[in-house]
Design a protein around this ligand. Sequence first.
Ligand code: 6LW
Length: 519
Amino acid sequence: MKQLFFSFAFLVLISISSLAQGYKNPVIPGFHPDPSVCRVGEDYYLVTSSFEYFPGVPIFHSNDLVHWKQIGHCLTRDSQLNLKNSGPSGGIYAPTIRYHEGIFYMITTNVSDKGNFLVYTENPAGEWSDPVWLKQGSIDPSLYFEDGKCYMVSNPDAIYLCEINPKTGEQLTESKPIWNGTGGRYVEAPHIYKKDGWYYLLVAEGGTEYGHKVTIARSRKIDGPYQSNPANPILTHINENAQNNPIQGVGHADIIQAHDGSWWTVFLGFRPQSGSHHLLGRETFLAPVRWDKNAWPVVNGDGTVSLNMDCKTLPLEPQKASSTRTNFNTSALGFEWNYLYNPIVTNYSLNERPGYLRLKASTVQLNHPGTPTFVGRRQQHIECTATTAIELNESSLHDEGGITVYMNNQHHYDLFIRQGEKDKQIITLRYCLGSMQHIEKEVELPTGKFYLQVQANNNYYSFYYSTDNKNYQKLGQMDVRYLSSETAGGFTGIYFALYAASQNPSRGSADFEWFAYSY
Ligand code: 6LW
């Protein structure tokens, strides 16, 4: 009997622990703003904005809404993503992903090209169609399908609605303003949902900084009139109850019903560091939603969220530890790597010197407009370390290659090897802040292979080099705040990027043997 009792208690314990409780926010750390999510059965797909980076619109898959794995990008070809006229924070703004009758649609804006467009596919991890351009303008377009019709909303000033043919882009009805929010500035990020006979219109207001919030209205008819939820905003950290919350600026949400019937929202927020500065861009967060007795959604009880979420989740998928080291012995770079603007593909090679990523020096310096030789990955953790092994190859005097901590072309810290006279090479630490360029340190050494390392914490980036990957010498450290979004402006977040540049046309390149990111 006793034995039976213990086995029963054990079973109860096991089943309680498998009712997964809790998770950590952000669910996709680092520069991943404006998330939008859709569901197909028990599979979830999520997209985020990508601005001037290429390929565009990263797409992630999950089975539990908490753990997301990148499966590709929606915009992988120049014909889909023209960034020729983009500067920092130009290019691709907020995307929406929707699934309808076997087809995935991703609608977004290229603010540096012809505005709003959509692409579609049957396989979200594969290639997406060429752009279908749309007439209704401004940013943050979203789609809603019902009864064989496809509606588009976007926010020229208020939220506008029209009907479109998603295959041709033809606009079938006049654009009609349907709501302009509750009085907050920058009414944007609209999405329409239908539940129990109500059309719900979710928006963001207040701008994407500390005043950000999510509000909602509803109507019996899709084109209004929409009535505001008396309990708006449904999500914000602008108030006293969240003033010390390590997550700020929450807004720009999308809502989804999970396969078990539970409701959730994904949205952006940022994590200030070193005072009120954020470096990692706007990240993707998750919170539970319930519907109150008056059929309005309530986010996480009181409209705030935390880093450690204490709530019931979908059954959590076991996670494999992800490798943080890239050995450049593959035929293609992983999805985490991005170029700036449309890359000049001949400047990048993984097979010219097998086992190395070869970057050909460009005369476009990191500070210049234009397309430098640059390939990087996001900084996703406040405390982390990026290390690489580098050799210069066939370099001319002053050719350089290295690693940059990059917010935009006017704000970056560069740790690099520069070709000196004869067989000398100079390890250099340079800070670029607007019109100020400062060389912090130079160390001249015989030509060779070098290891460059950046360590990040809440307040500083610290820079090291080594000639043996064992003994690292510190070159200097610099405050994070001068690279923050508050200082540098724009909508993006820090990249750790490998680059190669030259003062004059050169045959030189920088060869990277590996890159490691640890946190
Ligand atoms: C996006 C807008 C916003 O289009 O920021 O925070 C803009 N929300 O909705 C750029 O990400």
